[in-house]
Design a protein around this ligand. Structure first.
Ligand code: UDP
Length: 342
């Protein structure tokens, strides 16, 4: 009897006395730390749809099981409640570690300054140690905050930034800068394949309405016809990236062989006043725009140069701001309909 082995055998098919051992491509396993957060949960969902096995790890201090409820019945999904600043132990083989765990909105990291520093330092160390033990590719979700209040615009990956290490935002900025440094050290010393994504302001469904960031605040206020609170005079700029574009860019980076940081963001730059006005218009709200004090060290400009992502990953965002905002507004409207008291 002839036996044809096509790949790793997972199914046997008999045909005219010959046995064909077919191989379904072996599933790759991805550990997503911070998998119950906004971006992490979108990434878990995306990976499951692509046919990966996903271990989602989160201590739920800013993430929520509500974000992953719809994934829990999936056969290839597993949730582990764990604080990654403590030793991480996973028995099975892991091919990719996506280290997304961290408080990420200014009010969260101002409330949780020590946890933010610990997850960037100890959490990254543990996740890198696991990547080394498992011979896995390690991807860090870094941030445009490594550029601080930038003195050049747009920001290229080669710009070193302008960060106040001891200001209130320093806990996040420096945690991520340390995480990048540690990631590169593991790459240089232990030869671990690493990816560093510098993520710019990302928005979309599943953001928490109370996370204090501009887009959820403005949408929630506009839908309730309450004052829309622009901080400062609203002339500071941000470049907002829709979550589906962001995940597409991050996934391409994960599969690439680029070990150096890559900006993943949308270069369309707007002032905060323009964003507020656009949200008021799209929600057909009666809200008035009011001005409140600018938070300490609030960056004046932020705009990614995405030449590297375009060249190395063939990536650029495709969702227009209006399209992305409409989808995000629809999400907040649904949330409100489900739970009008909150
Ligand atoms: N912002 C604002 N009103 C709000 C919330 C935020 O004007 O209700 C401003 C904030 O001062 C900053 C920008 O919006 O200039 C983006 O803030 P966000 O918290 O979304 O993220 P950041 O880019 O500061 O990390």
């Amino acid at each position: 009897m002839e036996i044809f082995v096509r790949a790793i055998p997972t199914a046997t098919v008999k045909k005219h006395g010959s046995t064909y051992l077919f191989m379904k491509p072996a599933l790759k396993t991805v550990l997503v730390t911070g998998g119950a957060g906004f971006l992490g949960s979108h990434f878990c969902e995306f990976l499951l749809a692509k046919g990966y096995r996903v271990i989602c790890m989160d201590n739920l201090i800013t993430g929520s099981t509500t974000n992953i409820q719809h994934l829990t019945s999936h056969k290839q999904f597993r949730f582990v409640k764990h604080d990654v600043t403590q030793h991480i132990s996973v028995a099975e083989e892991i091919h990719y570690i996506l280290h997304f765990a961290s408080p990420a909105s200014p009010i969260d990291y101002l409330k949780l300054p020590i946890q933010t520093l610990k997850v960037g330092a100890l959490g990254t160390h543990n996740a890198l140690g696991l990547a080394k033990a498992k011979k896995a590719v390690f991807m860090l979700s870094s941030t445009s905050e490594v550029y601080g209040d930038p003195l050049v615009s747009p920001q290229k990956e080669s710009y070193w930034g302008n960060v106040n290490p001891i200001g209130p935002r320093g806990v996040y900025d420096e945690a991520k800068r340390f995480a990048e440094a540690l990631t590169m050290a593991y790459h240089r010393v232990h030869k671990i394949p690493v990816r560093i994504a510098r993520i710019f302001n990302t928005y979309g469904p599943r953001m928490r309405k109370d996370d204090g960031r501009a887009i959820p605040n403005f949408i929630t206020q506009a839908l309730a016809n309450k004052a829309v609170t622009v901080y400062g005079d609203g002339s500071q700029t941000r470049s907002f990236s829709y979550v589906a574009d962001e995940i597409d860019g991050l996934y391409r980076l994960m599969l690439s062989d680029v070990n150096e940081p890559v900006n993943i963001g949308n270069p369309q730059e707007l002032t905060l006043l323009e964003i507020a006005q656009q949200i008021v218009a799209l929600t057909k709200s009666k809200s008035k725009i009011t001005f409140a004090p600018l938070p300490v060290d609030d960056p004046k400009v932020r705009k990614p140069d995405i030449t590297l992502a375009q060249q190395k990953l063939g990536w650029k965002p495709t969702t227009t701001l209006e399209e992305g905002l409409q989808k995000t507004i629809a999400f907040f409207q649904q949330q409100h309909a489900k739970n009008p008291l909150h």
